[in-house]
Design a protein around this ligand. Structure first.
Ligand code: C2E
Ligand code: MG
Ligand code: MG
Length: 482
């Protein structure tokens, strides 16, 4: 998986990956808030101290640090975790380096202490940047450690107007050393907990597959007239202690630990069994079920044969199974991907391109792939009523799909205004909280069998509204679906 996708979730990030808050995101949030709070508070105290002694350059420097840490906290509140963690790390690095070089000038009697904070900062950076690109993931901690070594071994003797007088440094000597080492201890402890938790979760996920703790929720896919024509199967983990765990948390874990093929097979198997069960009831016999397939899962040798085996074993109809792929699936070995897709398509299995427009692939692959559907990514749907560019992208995707003879479905439809806008553009299928959140199978069936009021002509433009109201009532008691 690409590394830089974990924080503010820019478009273009995913291989069927996290939208919900993961363990790592929660940890980043906590570290940035705590780090910014402590650094901002300390900088403010120093600013007041220097203001009393009339050292205005130092005051300005400290106030800059306070402003930067306050901005980092503001970014965290706005869920822009990546920007927040980069800003907070850069600010603390600059403040500590400037302080060690120009403020905390060593004398024959008193050593320098400020640079000790770079050790803790190095550990913090390796935690915060864990999912960044390698140059940043390794570069940031190494920069901290080399800067530490520089100040520990070299005495640059930059005597400046900013230098703190020795009596003040003497008073802070023990406090600084103790604080820096305590921070180092705490950050190492957090890192140890992080590794232990991830190891634990990985083992638990392995057991969860065996103990049957995974389950599927189904989110309706709706036609223009409000009819439920299918569902997307979304996996959940009912953890005995933590409750429902989001796929955003455990799918990346499964990818890292090599569990994805087993997990993916389980999802396919469960979805196909459900399809076969629904075939027994005329009310649900025509439903189509969409199953997410990650890039690594699709790349597994023999994946296409396994799909056929699962279909055969379960008794489900291939033409009612839709595999949702992302553009990242197409990023490597396109020939092999095309061959697998053609094979599956020949067997009747439908293929949909999920999160369309968020990847980096060129449009030329659309000519070669046996696709049945384009799925407009929810980030464009969320922005299209406010941002002209999002609206233009949505319009272009609907036009592109329609002129290529493909089905187009919009996901993440949350409001009637969005639905109406999409329908006006010619999009005929929808999925989103407006209709229903993903539901456990029993609640989904209840929603499916709920009688719909007869359509009248003027109501046609808001045909989905009854389903939406029903879905919202239905969704209320259901477990949270992220
Ligand atoms: P996705 O395939 O793009 O699925 C849509 C996600 O958007 C789901 O999140 C769904 O709950 C959420 N969603 C649906 N409608 C709305 C809406 O109106 N507003 C908003 N804000 N969100 C909406 P979920 O279930 O947390 O799944 C997240 C991602 O995890 C999925 O994104 C998919 O990439 C991955 N995933 C889920 N199940 C599986 C699976 O069985 N296999 C694989 N490989 N990936 C899966
Ligand atoms: Mg999907
Ligand atoms: Mg999607």
């Amino acid at each position: 998986m690409p590394h830089s996708r974990f924080l503010s979730a820019p478009a273009g990030r995913r291989a069927h990956a996290p939208r919900a808050t993961s363990l790592h995101q929660r940890r980043v949030r906590l570290i940035v808030l705590a780090g910014s709070g402590v650094s901002g508070g300390v900088a403010l105290c120093w600013a007041m101290f220097f203001a009393f002694s009339g050292a205005w350059w130092n005051v300005a420097l400290d106030l800059l640090a306070v402003a930067a840490t306050a901005t980092a906290v503001w970014l965290v509140q706005r869920d822009r975790l990546r920007a927040a963690s980069l800003l907070a790390s850069a600010t603390v690095y600059l403040v500590v380096t400037v302080s060690a070089g120009w403020l905390d000038v060593p004398s024959p009697e008193l050593p320098r202490t400020m640079h000790l904070f770079l050790l803790a900062l190095g550990v913090v950076c390796s935690l915060l940047m864990r999912e960044e690109a390698p140059w940043l993931r390794h570069g940031a901690p190494l920069l901290c450690l080399f800067t530490y070594a520089f100040f520990a071994c070299v005495d640059p003797r930059w005597h400046t107007v900013l230098a703190i007088p020795d009596p003040v440094r003497a008073a802070a000597l023990w406090w600084d050393q103790a604080a820096a080492l305590l921070m180092l201890y705490l950050t190492v402890h957090v890192m140890q907990t992080d590794v232990a938790e991830r190891d634990g979760l990985e083992t638990e996920l392995r057991d969860a597959l065996l103990r049957g703790e995974l389950l599927l929720h189904y989110q309706p896919q709706v036609a223009c007239d409000g009819r439920i024509i299918g569902a997307e199967a979304l996996v959940r983990w009912l953890h005995p202690a933590r409750g429902l765990v989001s796929p955003g948390e455990f799918i990346p874990l499964a990818e890292r630990s090599g569990l994805m093929p087993a997990l993916g097979d389980w999802v396919l198997d469960a979805a196909c069994r459900q399809l076969a069960a629904w075939r027994q009831d005329p009310g649900s016999a025509a439903l189509c079920v969409a199953v997410n397939v990650s890039a690594s899962q699709f790349a597994q040798p023999g994946f296409e044969q396994r799909v056929l085996d699962i279909l055969r074993r379960s008794g489900a109809e291939p033409r009612q199974l839709k595999l949702e792929l992302t553009e990242s699936t197409l990023a490597h070995n396109l020939e092999e991907v095309v061959a697998k897709m053609q094979f599956l398509s020949r067997q009747g299995v439908l293929l949909s391109l999920d999160d369309f427009g968020t990847g980096f692939s060129s449009l030329s692959y659309l000519r070669r792939l046996p696709l049945h559907q384009l799925k407009i990514d929810q980030s464009f749907v969320a922005g299209m009523l406010a941002a002209e560019r999002d609206a233009a992208i949505v319009k272009a995707v609907v036009g592109l799909g329609t002129s290529l003879g493909l089905d187009v479905i919009a996901e993440g439809v949350e409001t009637e205004a969005q639905r109406a806008f999409l329908a006006a553009l010619g999009c005929e299928k929808f999925q989103g909280f407006l209709f229903s959140r993903p539901l456990p199978v029993a609640a989904f069936e209840q929603l499916l069998h709920r009688p719909r009021p007869p359509r009248t002509a003027p109501a046609a433009q808001s045909a989905a509204a009854p389903a939406a109201r029903a879905a919202r009532r239905e969704a209320a008691p259901a477990p949270p679906a992220w």
